[in-house]
Design a protein around this ligand. Sequence first.
Ligand SMILES: Cc1cc2nc3c(=O)[nH]c(=O)nc-3n(C[C@H](O)[C@H](O)[C@H](O)COP(=O)(O)OP(=O)(O)OC[C@H]3O[C@@H](n4cnc5c(N)ncnc54)[C@H](O)[C@@H]3O)c2cc1C
Length: 403
Amino acid sequence: MINLEIPSKFKPMVGQAHRVATEMFRPISRKYDLAEHEYPKELDALAALLDGMDDSGGSTGAGASGASRTSNDNGGGNRNGTNLSTVLGIMELCWGDVGLLLSMPRQGLGNSAIAAVADAEQAERYDGLWAGMAITEPEAGSDSAAIRTTAELDGDEYVLNGEKIYVTSGERADVLVVWATLDRDQGRAAIKSFVVYRDNPGLKLDRLEHKLGIRASDTAAFILDDCRVPKEDLLGSPDIDTKKSFAGAMKTFDNTRPLVAGMAVGCARACIEETEKHLEAAGVDIDYDRPGATQSAAAAELLALQADFEAARLLTMQAAWMADNSKPNSVEASLSKAKAGRAATDIALRCVKLCGTLGLTETELLEKWARDVKILDLFEGTQQIQQLIIARSLLGKSSADLK
Ligand SMILES: Cc1cc2nc3c(=O)[nH]c(=O)nc-3n(C[C@H](O)[C@H](O)[C@H](O)COP(=O)(O)OP(=O)(O)OC[C@H]3O[C@@H](n4cnc5c(N)ncnc54)[C@H](O)[C@@H]3O)c2cc1C
């Protein structure tokens, strides 16, 4: 049975993440929103703290690197593992600041990709590295199977050629997990992921993007010009298996989509709590024990937002719990991301509206959260793509039947 309360063993971690969000993230939120592209150096101290916790055997549950696919070694029982703890940690940290969470050293979405696809030797070799994720190309966004970056074996190295855009932490990460095709004629089965170090010959940082939100997080574009990658840096198996290969690369999303949903949940909670505070200061009574229809319009709207938030939170915890228990969770991962991405965007904008001028001023963080949250309904698969995946599953259609 799924019990969607926070497991007691994770409560200290959740409390710790909340303290980090309160004491480290919130005080520098506005500074790095304004100083786009400047590295938040305060995060180095946090990274050292997290490393210390890892070294002493503690689970930090703080960032994307924690999410991994586990074998079901619990005899079919209930396991609360790193996916759930990571999602819970992320919810707290994103209550603090989404952009700063995305900037945390060694916690990139590429780290989740490594955890999902790497073999044991690779997982050990890449341990401790900060990994960005480079899938998107100018001609391939939602349709990640359409990527054009090629990888050709030349002796003991692959030679990669192509262009990657919108790489989160691209400028700061140690390595990029780059998707490239071994043979375009063999379609999606030939797509593999490669770990590319910053100093691999032929990897060129082209530019940094200016963005609506999450400005603390750098977003980079790269050119791969005869970029040489040792063949042991291909993640997983080099074989092209038309039944399995792309599914292998796509497994990453089953882990990362609940994490992005968790980011949205955290940001949404920040918006709701802030709005509640302002409404109460303005004399609006909010009674959680009475139907919204019997209360003021503002209170009723906040109750509706709370309900939407709770649905998003529970779906997110369910998707992460399923990953911990080795249950196929592709649909639940999409459900969580679709619900949390849309709910959080909606919640943030409605909170801005409920707070009036306080929702728009730079002396408060609400206007920033309303900008930050939008990306969470976009990257790791847009709202429309999640709905497509869910619809295919409900209707029993393949990706060829329903595009
Ligand atoms: C700040 C930021 C950070 C990012 N970080 C990363 C990163 O770290 N790594 C990475 O690889 N990528 C990253 N991305 C890229 C992101 O994942 C893509 O932008 C996203 O996948 C959408 O691709 P696209 O922008 O090419 O839009 P398109 O795919 O061109 O889609 C445009 C619109 O059409 C809709 N659409 C597309 N296909 C369908 C369909 N079949 N049915 C219905 N509607 C459809 C989409 O939902 C969207 O609304 C990032 C993007 C941003 C803005």
